[in-house]
Design a protein around this ligand. Structure first.
Ligand code: ATP
Ligand code: MG
Length: 510
């Protein structure tokens, strides 16, 4: 008899249905696993044998064949342990064979028969729900899986014995509850930053429209400090976004305790990060930092210190909102709708352009350093600002600074205006001005006559790229939204263009 158990193989954030078929027949004693298993799956043989033995189930001296169908789909990861063990138990009659037909199963086994947590419980539960089935997953992953819906049947046992008892009716497993991570209330506040009013304004504009931002300034001027306060003014995730973000974090095994958070991701990879770490890849084609920052912020501090190859790999996700990892035998895509925030010094010694400073290496110090960032990448950055050193007057006797909560309220209002506009235009998925399509932004951000004249002059003089032109329009639209104006005026375009000009200098250096 062949016992069948449903499970999934992950391709990107999707769970592809896989059937585990187990047959016990006379022949050479041992367990054979076929169906393109990787090393972790092949080793599951030893874990399953030990876990069943520890649970008091002796394997008969027969040949056990495990097939993972479809046989031509590569199977990766340790989550096949539990479906294989349950298939074997069903084949041996330790649990009723039909008990498993309504479930998708995933979990890793310890040698003592307990079930260890695995990555991907949330996408697996969503997949199971779509197939009209329930889910059997490790106890620690239950809270995360419960987010997939209140109607889906979830069993989250601690051990094989607990599950077998549940099927026998001697012990009842209760349904896990979805858990949310308590948000630490005290995020660093923008009120801590003295002076730097124009940088704070730029940060607010970037937050309101989801625009990419680059801060350039001497050491100690507060760039890293400003960026770390961005989460305190960003609106929280919507229910749909929360699920999308959590699916990626689930696949990457980064949901601590299976708890979800409605705070926007803020990822700060170190500048030694490789290309695979940033955009995804590696042995199991895991999501990279750009995907982990989906619907949130990717902050690259010391921007030119990243390897140029790794930085340029970000060009595609910044444009399309997804990271595509192509392999010889398959192709995986992870969503990566990100807001890029970067900070850098103007040159290696960090002081170029500061009044009264002359660098020993002359202008080369600046051009060499800034040239590490390619022109096309710089072209994708909408707002580039100089963050000069804080003046002594600001440091010693600062003006009272605005609190993050007040700025967050303005940002939330501007985002709400954008959302309403995109819903009215029939594109509710767009969300922010930065993600608006080019044809749409030309319609939605049509400037008044004076604005148009200014834009024409600036585009001619500064030789904006087509992308640059559209990005200026997008930022201007956000500025009008912050102003609660329905049309884009000259003043909004002037500010948007000024943010672009600061960067044209950098592009020239590249
Ligand atoms: N505007 C400011 N208001 C108050 N403190 C500030 C300000 N700017 C800098 N500081 C102080 O200086 C420290 C360093 O700031 P920060 O790390 O943000 O500088 P940075 O611009 O990122 O420098 P680097 O280019 O070296 O990375 C902060 O921890 C803070 O104590
Ligand atoms: Mg810094």
């Amino acid at each position: 008899m062949v016992a069948r158990v449903s499970t999934v193989a992950f391709q990107g954030i999707e769970g592809v249905p896989v059937e585990v078929q187990v047959m016990v027949a006379p022949g050479k004693v041992g367990i054979q696993i076929v169906g393109l298993p990787d090393k972790a799956v092949a080793e599951s043989r030893e874990r399953v044998q030990a876990a069943l033995h520890a649970s008091g189930l002796a394997l008969p001296p027969k040949k056990v064949t495990v097939n993972l169908a479809p046989a031509d789909l590569p199977k990766e990861g340790s989550h096949f342990d539990l479906p294989i063990a349950l298939g074997l138990m069903a084949a041996l009659g330790a649990i009723p064979a039909d008990a498993l037909s309504d479930f998708v199963v995933l979990g890793e086994l310890n040698l003592d028969g307990t079930i260890a947590p695995v990555a991907g419980a949330l996408p697996a539960a969503m997949g199971a729900n779509a197939m009209g089935k329930g889910l059997i997953c490790p106890a620690e992953s239950g809270a995360e899986a419960a987010w997939a819906g209140s109607q889906i049947d979830i069993l989250a046992p601690r051990s094989l014995i607990a599950l077998a008892n549940h099927f026998r009716g001697t012990q009842v497993l209760s349904r896990p509850e979805p858990a949310i991570r308590a948000n630490a209330a005290n995020l660093p506040d923008l009120a801590d930053i003295k002076g730097q009013e124009s940088a704070k304004r730029a940060l607010e504009v970037a937050a309101a429209g989801g625009h990419n931002l680059l801060m350039v300034g001497p050491p100690g001027s507060g760039k890293s400090m400003l960026a770390s306060r961005l989460p305190s003014i960003l609106p929280s995730l919507s229910a749909q976004e929360l699920l999308e973000v959590s699916m990626i974090h689930s696949i990457a095994g980064q949901l601590s305790g299976g708890k979800l958070s409605d705070r926007r991701p803020f990822r700060t990879p170190h500048h030694s990060a490789t290309m695979a770490a940033l955009v995804g890849g590696g042995l199991r084609a895991r999501p990279g930092e750009a995907s982990l920052a989906h619907h949130g912020v990717l902050f690259l501090d010391e921007f030119p210190e990243f390897s140029p190859q790794a930085l340029d790999a970000l060009r595609q996700p910044l444009e399309t909102g997804e990271c595509i990892i192509a392999r010889a035998n398959h192709r995986i895509s992870y969503p990566a709708t990100i807001q890029l925030v970067a900070a850098m010094n103007p040159c290696r010694c960090g002081m170029a352009g500061e009044p009264g400073h002359t660098c020993a290496r002359g202008p080369r110090c600046m051009t060499d350093y800034q040239g590490r960032i390619s022109g096309p990448l710089m072209d994708r950055i909408d707002i580039r600002i100089d963050v000069p050193a804080v003046s002594a007057a600001d440091l010693i006797r600062p003006m009272p600074a605005e609190k993050s909560a007040d700025i967050a309220a303005r940002v939330a209002r501007a985002r709400e205006r954008q959302r309403e506009r995109f819903v009215a235009a029939g594109m509710p998925a767009t969300g922010t001005n930065a993600r608006c399509s080019t044809s749409m932004i030309e319609k939605l951000a049509e400037p008044d006559a004076a604005g148009l004249q200014l834009l024409r002059d600036a585009a001619e003089k500064m030789k904006f790229s087509a992308r640059g032109y559209h990005r200026v329009l997008k930022v201007a639209r956000t500025l009008a939204d912050l102003d609660e104006k329905s049309t884009v005026g000259r003043i909004h375009l002037a500010e948007a263009i000024s943010y672009r000009i600061a960067g044209e200098r950098l592009t020239a250096a590249a």
